[in-house]
Design a protein around this ligand. Structure first.
Ligand SMILES: [Zn+2]
Ligand SMILES: [Zn+2]
Length: 96
């Protein structure tokens, strides 16, 4: 059973804000373990230069692409997201 309170306790994988504290939340779809990104981090991605891709064996936590194959990457404490997934998330955020 997942109550509204439990959903509000989910945290953004990048800024660690709680679901209940941000406007929108997008869940990664290729997990588990599930990754989430909030609308604030999606906006933030546009403003940061991004990590240099191709670091070791890391893959995008959302689409599982090797980071060497994407144009731009934002890395959180344990997860990362590529520019292509940010575009998808933006589309989802714009819809509702
Ligand atoms: Zn966030
Ligand atoms: Zn990706």
């Amino acid at each position: 059973m997942s109550s509204r309170a439990e959903i509000d306790e989910l945290r953004c994988s990048f800024c660690d804000k709680r679901r209940g504290d941000v406007r929108r939340f997008v869940a990664g779809h290729c997990a588990p373990p599930y990754v989430y990104i909030c609308n604030e981090c999606v906006d933030w991605f546009e403003k940061v230069p991004g990590e240099s891709p191709g670091a070791g064996e890391r893959r995008c936590s959302f689409c599982n692409k090797p980071l060497g194959e994407v144009a731009k990457v934002m890395a959180g404490p344990s997860d990362c997201i590529c520019n292509e997934c940010i575009d998808l998330c933006k589309g989802m955020l714009d819809e509702a």
